[in-house]
Design a binder for this molecule. Structure first.
Ligand SMILES: [Fe+2]
Ligand SMILES: [Fe+2]
Length: 290
């Protein structure tokens, strides 16, 4: 539940009220998810380099905005990592991140990749908007799911940043002098990016964050197993309003009416899918404001 606090851009780790940390309210399943999220967020510099190559001719305003975006994503990693280190003293952000970075290197992060893997700068921005839709809804859901005061604050601050990132990339999308993409093409890019969420990035981050270096031989990485672990968190924290907001944001970026029939149908389908995937978890349809 939100207390109505509005978090502005430009916060630092010193603004977080760390002294309010309450270990008794830090739930193990959520600690595991936050450790993984910290690694993914902390990996932003490679994505900044890639985006700056794709937008190399875009001018200083766009390039500066990409740089600032990357700084904020890295700070998300640092904030989540610090919270996770408090909640689980065996966790070390730098050590886990080093293992994650060594094992997760998508081809488009290579210096030789100078064009968007989405086929165009517009496609790249649609994919970014999909990711920011996902992260803004994810951290909103975490803020609403946790009773731990510091995590609630951090998740609220991060969610507000992710909404601003969505806005930034949505505006950048519409500034491109490339021809607009047909609806089906935009939809394909969006769906393609959503299905990529099942790739190694999230699963491998969960593994590196939650399996100690000393245990990796007897407990090797298995994509399916750790992918299921990340899905379990998602099904546990999301409520219907989070899904509605997520689908509305994606609908807007592909050019569909956010409150139209397609969006409502997509929202109902995604909610149903989450319920099905939740397996033994009982996902309550408790409405919460977002
Ligand atoms: Fe982030
Ligand atoms: Fe973001």
């Amino acid at each position: 539940m939100t207390d109505g606090t509005v978090y502005k851009q430009g916060w630092t780790l010193d603004d977080v009220q760390w002294s309010k940390f309450d270990r008794s309210k830090a739930e193990p399943w959520l600690i595991a998810a936050i450790k993984a999220a910290a690694l993914v967020e902390f990996n932003a510099p490679d994505y900044v380099s890639y985006l700056k190559r794709v937008f190399k001719d875009a001018g200083p305003v766009t390039l500066d905005a990409i740089e600032q975006w990357g700084c904020e994503e890295s700070q998300h990693g640092r904030a989540l990592g610090r919270w996770a280190e408090m909640a689980d003293p065996t966790f070390n952000l730098d050590e886990a991140f080093a293992r994650f970075r060594a094992g997760y290197q998508p081809p488009h992060f290579a210096e030789s990749e100078t064009t968007s893997i989405r086929g165009s700068r517009r496609g790249e921005m649609i994919a970014r908007c999909v990711v920011e839709s996902g992260t803004s809804s994810y951290y909103t859901a975490i803020r609403d799911a946790t009773q731990e005061p510091v995590l609630k604050e951090i998740a609220g601050r991060i969610a507000a940043d992710e909404f601003r990132h969505y806005k930034l990339f949505y505006e950048t999308l519409n500034e491109q002098d490339e021809p607009d993409l047909p609806f089906w093409k935009k939809l394909m890019v969006a769906v393609g990016r959503i299905t990529e969420s099942d790739d190694d990035e999230l699963a491998y981050a969960y593994y590196c964050a939650n399996v100690a270096a000393a245990d990796t031989t007897k407990q090797p990485y298995e994509r399916k197993r750790y992918s299921q672990a990340t899905t379990a968190t998602t099904t546990r924290i999301y409520r219907r309003p989070h899904i509605n907001k997520l689908v509305q944001m994606v609908a807007k970026v592909v050019g569909a009416e956010p409150h139209g029939r397609l969006s409502k149908l997509g929202s109902a389908l995604l909610w149903r899918l989450l319920r099905l995937r939740s397996g033994s978890h009982q996902v309550e349809a408790v409405p919460v404001p977002v």
